[in-house]
Design a protein around this ligand. Structure first.
Ligand SMILES: Cc1ncc(COP(=O)(O)O)c(C=O)c1O
Length: 260
């Protein structure tokens, strides 16, 4: 049969999730295996969260609030940014894809560290754009090399801070020097999935750069420290024009009511 699958997908490998722990235990004849594959919390969600989730189950006959209104309001109060600059997704993973959807034209480039979160090259290739991989230095992002890798075709840069899979951070000084050296129309995405787990005083809070007149995006998630990976819910802070574009391409009810 004629190849009817769109060109460009041949380069993309499906994400390989960890296998269900019950299967692995059965196969190996062991119990109490510890699952580390996706950096989930080993603990159940907080009791108040479970209570809210149970209550919300009674409303699943209705579609969820497509604008995640109350969650965005709550995040707005907590973070001190207008709700109009906040987007909510099916995990921050969905937001990474939506950002690629609205920013990358075919042939554009996205700069990222290597190795880093596997989803960055995938969402880039999905748009027939080109991932530019910059090797880590001492297991950490080499921001000077990443700045040098930027060309007129570069639309976005992913900074995974802390980095998955090495757990290293880039410091406040390094980030500030980087922002200074990047052209003003290149979107810098700070992926802070593990933000709440960092104890290093030199760790920068991406939110400190969000009010600058620059296309800077911060992504956070409820999957890790909050123990809600199975609910698929994450959020992002970005300039309003990016949120407006994302709203055009996301599904109308992308986040379940239980997750919200
Ligand atoms: C660096 C990083 N970013 C984003 C994600 C996506 O998390 P979620 O889609 O559950 O919010 C992960 C999950 O492993 C991650 O490690």
């Amino acid at each position: 049969m004629k190849d009817i699958i769109r060109r460009g997908l041949e380069d993309i490998k499906p994400y390989e999730p960890g296998r269900p722990i019950e299967l692995v235990e059965k196969e190996l004849g062991i119990t109490e295996a510890i699952k580390l594959a996706s950096n989930e919390s080993p603990y159940a969600p907080f009791p108040k969260v479970l209570e809210a989730m149970r209550e919300s189950l009674l409303d699943v006959n209705r579609y969820p609030d497509g604008g995640s209104t109350f969650l965005r309001e709550g995040l707005s109060n907590k973070l001190g940014v207008p709700a109009s600059r906040i987007m909510v997704g099916q995990g921050s993973n969905e937001l990474l894809r939506l950002l690629a959807n609205v920013l990358l034209d075919p042939g554009d480039e996205a700069v990222m560290a290597d190795p880093s979160f596997i989803v960055y090259p995938t969402v880039t290739k999905l748009m027939n754009a080109k991932p530019i991989l910059v090797p880590l230095k001492d297991h950490a992002h080499d921001l000077d090399a990443m700045a040098k890798a930027i060309t007129p075709r570069t639309k976005m840069v992913f900074i995974c801070n802390p980095n998955n899979p090495t757990g290293t951070i880039v410091t406040r000084d390094e980030v500030e020097r980087f922002i200074e050296s990047v052209p003003e129309d290149v979107v810098i995405v700070f992926d802070e999935a593990y933000f709440e787990l960092v104890r290093d005083n030199n760790y920068p809070n991406g939110m400190d750069y969000i009010n600058e007149d620059r296309p800077i995006v911060v992504l956070r998630t409820f999957s890790k420290v909050h123990g809600l990976a199975g609910c698929r819910i994450g959020y992002g802070i970005a300039p309003e024009f990016i949120i407006t574009a994302v709203n055009k391409v996301r599904e109308p009810f992308n986040v379940t009511s239980v997750a919200q």
